[in-house]
Design a protein around this ligand. Structure first.
Ligand SMILES: [Mn+2]
Length: 285
């Protein structure tokens, strides 16, 4: 059985309960993870340990929080006061964990699904999306981390162009795959609005509703957009249901053309704009 799971964000206990709820078997099943494995939740290292322990039974794409961890570790981004990354950053074997993260993917295509953390611009078709993701994966594995990661943060360039090259092309790709919510038909990004789909600024639409979107023929599973909630439409499946904010951790069984949603409730580990709370997550399901 194949499952795809939304943003875990260090909620190792919720991940454990979700795997138990579906009776996950690494020898039989496969888990696709939509990024933001770490940060804001109580046990970032525990999530990495569990997912890595699944071996080939788990396939992960990276989200903005995972890239933030890599950038903080490389010394090119400051720690944020709400970060819960110290268990990884202070681990004696941290380079081993960071090395594993750098081997993960930016987009996956399996069983008729395109899986990524945030979304795509309308100009990219499936092949283009996978090729751009592969270029980013290669750079993350092979480029000197400090120089490469130092060049990957910032909102520019704001719009897609075929002529983008080098670091600008990689940075735009990273911003789309890990941060996009709203976009114009011309492929211009907007980073200020984090509310739900009806909050689109003038001239923008949610990326999945962008006119002329060339990935329309492929089902897309994504995370990142917790204010959207569970977004279950035939062509798109949004699975960030705000686990770390006291919502649910959500997964979908997607093998054999089926779609079955599975959720576990989560103890609130973060308040919007607040600091983390020391608590022991309990199963309220
Ligand atoms: Mn995210």
């Amino acid at each position: 059985m194949d499952y795809v799971v939304g943003d875990i964000q260090g909620c190792a206990d919720a991940l454990e309960r979700l795997l138990a709820k579906v009776g996950f078997s690494p020898s039989r099943d496969r888990l696709y993870v939509l990024g933001d494995l770490v940060n804001r939740g109580p046990d970032s290292l525990g999530v990495l340990r569990r997912l890595r322990g699944l071996g080939d039974a788990a396939a992960c794409v990276l989200g903005n929080h995972d890239w933030h961890l890599l950038a903080v570790a490389a010394g090119v981004r400051p720690r944020h006061r709400n970060d819960t990354l110290d268990d990884i950053l202070d681990a004696p074997d941290r380079e081993d964990w960071l090395g594993w993260l750098r081997q993960q993917r930016m987009a996956l295509h399996s069983g008729g699904w395109l899986m990524l953390h945030a979304g795509v611009v309308p100009q990219w078709d499936l092949a283009r999306t996978l090729a751009l993701a592969a270029g980013l994966e290669r750079a993350l594995r092979e480029a000197p981390p400090r120089e490469f990661l130092g060049a990957m943060f910032g909102n520019e360039p704001l719009a897609w162009s075929e002529s983008l090259a080098g670091a600008e092309r990689l940075r735009f790709t990273l911003n789309v795959l890990t941060r996009i919510r709203f976009v114009t038909p011309a492929g211009r990004l907007e980073f200020a609005t984090k509310d739900g789909a009806d909050a689109a600024p003038a001239g923008f639409s949610p990326w999945f509703d962008a006119p002329g979107r060339k990935t329309l023929g492929t089902r897309v599973a994504f995370g990142h957009w917790s204010t959207l909630g569970l977004f279950d439409r035939p062509d798109v499946l949004g699975l960030d249901t705000g686990c770390v904010w006291g919502g649910q951790l959500s997964a979908a069984r997607i093998d054999g053309g089926r779609r079955e949603i599975v959720q576990v409730d989560c103890e609130q580990a973060q308040r919007p704009g607040g600091s983390s709370r020391a608590s022991t997550p309990r199963d309220r399901a």
